[in-house]
Design a protein around this ligand. Structure first.
Ligand SMILES: [Zn+2]
Length: 108
């Protein structure tokens, strides 16, 4: 259960900064599939309530996709956020370039 805590804390920190500085109240949080997205969402909502931050945060799951020299462009399976540095191409096992889902994005 604790796996996503640090990522949720970081996200809350960024959201609170935007809210305090710029008065933003609606956020979309794009969480790569390498995360435990359901756990992330549950924790995020609990912590926003806990800190009494009056914002709406919608969590969206995004795939981790790469572009590789061999021509492969597409999704790769990553089982945890820490594994993102070790992503390999499912076609040639080379090091593809991550084009989406590298980290959590916050849109406000
Ligand atoms: Zn490849």
């Amino acid at each position: 259960m604790a796996r996503e805590v640090k990522y949720v804390s970081e996200t809350i920190g960024k959201i609170m900064k935007e809210w305090a500085k710029n008065g933003k109240r609606n956020f979309i949080v794009k969480v790569p599939k390498s995360h435990h997205v359901k756990e992330f969402e549950t924790l995020l909502k609990q912590m926003l309530i806990h800190y009494a931050v009056p914002v709406r945060a919608e969590v969206q799951e995004i795939p981790v996709t790469i572009e590789c020299e061999c021509g492969y462009v597409g999704e790769v399976k990553v089982s945890s956020p820490e594994e993102i540095k070790k992503v390999t191409c499912p076609n040639c096992n080379g090091n593809g370039k991550i084009i989406s889902g590298k980290k959590i994005e916050i849109i406000c």
